[in-house]
Design a binder for this molecule. Structure first.
Ligand code: HH2
Length: 273
């Protein structure tokens, strides 16, 4: 899953048309690099960020979804907490809803997803983006994240969403310290054991910067390490900015996981060093 943030800080200044153009071009670049899904977002959820009015978010994302739907077969995901934005994006050609509030933000979201029958990603977050990194505390972060996801799955089912629609995400960086993030990655198989496909969003996040003492641009290698580990633990979708290195990490990690099953494969029987 390639990340397409249609937010003002993601693109250099210019009018809405230019921003749409740049966003569509970037989305197509993500597909060319190997993304099967493009996650389009018009509201930043960075720690400390403020909410964006619905009309602003609609104006940012809907033209981009429309244009990408016409230009690619990749699955388009709408990263929003607002039902009105999700509805407009689904109408414009999106096929997946990525709601970082796990259906807690907008009371109309669950009914919309139930009605449309599209996949929905339920993510764990402690608190809200404005305040979530202010001293997050857990007794047992992995158990509490799993418990939260189970409760949100139950709430979704009670609202008429079908189990097959659900994706789960431990919400790396959303109300978590460095150690919380590392524990969730180490024990990701426990999230996978909840029985639905797991989405992993580690890309360029601060915990990688803290480990490597690197700014966002210097975190692609660290992100690729989480992708390789994530696939080994059973994650299904990696949400990333830098598609190429993560596709490469995924392909190599998958070949290692499949070793033995593919001995007859002529291509893999070549002598390679
Ligand atoms: N992380 C971000 C946004 N949306 N969705 C899911 N399912 N999982 C995540 O980990 C996740 C997410 C934050 O990352 P980014 O898009 O880089 O930043 P911003 O929210 O500031 O646009």
């Amino acid at each position: 899953m390639g990340i397409l943030n249609v937010t003002p800080d993601s693109f250099s200044d210019g009018g809405l048309y230019d921003e749409t153009e740049a966003a569509v071009a970037h989305g197509l670049r993500l597909v060319a690099e190997g993304a099967a899904i493009i996650d389009i977002g018009g509201e930043s959820t960075r720690p400390g960020s403020e909410p964006v009015p619905v009309d602003v978010e609609l104006a940012r994302v809907v033209p981009v979804v429309e244009r990408l739907a016409a230009a690619t077969d990749a699955l388009l995901s709408i990263d929003t907490t607002k039902a009105a934005v999700a509805r407009a994006a689904l109408d414009a050609g999106a096929g997946l809803v990525n709601d970082v509030t796990a259906l807690r933000g907008d009371r109309d979201m669950a009914a919309l997803v139930a009605e449309r029958g599209c996949p929905i990603c339920l993510m764990h977050m402690l608190g809200e983006p404005r305040t979530m990194q202010v001293e997050p505390v857990y007794d047992d972060v992995v158990a509490q994240v799993c418990d939260f996801l189970e409760r949100r799955m139950a709430a979704a089912l009670a609202a008429g969403v079908r189990e097959e629609q659900l994706l789960l995400d431990p919400g790396i960086g959303f109300g978590k310290t460095l150690n919380h993030n590392l524990l969730l990655l180490r024990d990701l198989d426990r999230v996978v054991a909840l029985g639905r496909p797991v989405v992993l969003g580690t890309s360029r996040k601060r915990f990688i910067g803290a480990l490597l003492d690197a700014g966002p641009e210097g975190r692609a290698g660290g992100t690729a390490a989480t992708t390789a580990l994530g696939v080994a633990r059973g994650a299904a979708v990696m949400r990333v900015h830098d598609v190429r290195p993560n596709v490469e990490a995924l392909r190599v990690a998958q070949a290692i996981l499949d070793a033995g099953e593919r001995e007859a494969d002529a291509d893999l029987s070549r002598e390679v060093r």
